[in-house]
Design a protein around this ligand. Structure first.
Ligand code: DX5
Ligand code: ZN
Length: 229
């Protein structure tokens, strides 16, 4: 996984057919996905429940790109090794999930994965200021986590601040929630390079008709790239 700041589209399989993850993953990758985003929810940190390490290990067999695992769970530390063993390339934990995010990021790297740190909409950019040398990715939530298909919350100013704080460190800025061709341009201009999209990728398509996935991915990418000139 080499570092670069080119625009990457990461479809969230939260919007896929839950009875057909293997084919859904292959379909979005065949249709141009750069990464595959996996949303893990525990019914405690967020008001929804998705899947645990055995399911993520099963997804791994189908992912040929980068498996980007977003943990919306608290506590998070007891599960890091299990998600690393499940084959996560990137494990992202929330600043708000516990008192020791610094230790959590150390543990993620110690388990052999890239470390991501996510910020809820109400959490300031400055909360990760002292973590940037321990992080490979900062995820800016542009919805309150828990569900796909929610209305975009504008965090452009936060993205701009993070971009300045990161400077030339090799740290990705990822956006999660409400990303589509209308919201992507401002985010790319502010410095985001990884765009997670669930509903805006999966809408209109299916495993047996996956061309719309490709059109949707291409539309988000084109909108973001056009904004960069
Ligand atoms: C929200 C998840 C997101 C979600 C994005 O809690 O972290 O990854 O699936 O979905 P859309 O793109 O539909 O807002
Ligand atoms: Zn997510």
């Amino acid at each position: 996984m080499d570092f670069d700041r080119s625009i990457k589209i990461a479809p969230s399989i939260l919007s896929a057919d839950f009875a057909d993850f293997g084919r859904e993953i292959r379909a979005v990758e065949d249709q141009g996905a750069d990464w595959v985003h996996v949303d893990v929810m525990d019914g405690h940190f967020v008001p929804n429940i998705t899947f645990g390490p055995p399911a993520v290990a099963a997804f791994r067999k189908h992912v040929r790109t980068v498996m980007d695992v977003h943990l919306m769970i608290a506590p998070v530390d007891p599960y890091i090794d299990a998600f690393a063993r499940a084959g996560a390339d990137i494990i992202t934990a929330h600043v708000e999930a516990g008192p020791h995010i610094h230790r959590t990021l150390q543990a993620i790297r110690g388990a052999g994965a890239k470390a991501g740190v996510a910020l809820n909409p109400g959490t300031p950019a400055e909360s990760v200021e002292h973590l940037l040398d321990l992080a490979d990715l900062v995820c800016v939530m542009t919805v309150n986590p828990g569900f796909g298909g929610q209305k975009f919350i504008d965090m452009t100013d936060k993205v701009r601040r993070l971009h300045a704080m990161i400077g030339d460190r090799p740290v990705h800025i990822e956006i999660d929630g409400g990303v589509d061709p209308t919201t992507a341009p401002g985010l790319a201009r502010a410095g985001a390079d990884v765009l997670v999209a669930g509903s805006a990728v999966f809408r209109g398509g299916s495993v047996s008709n996956s061309a719309p996935y490709g059109e949707n991915i291409a539309a988000i990418r084109a909108a973001a790239q056009a904004a960069l000139g």
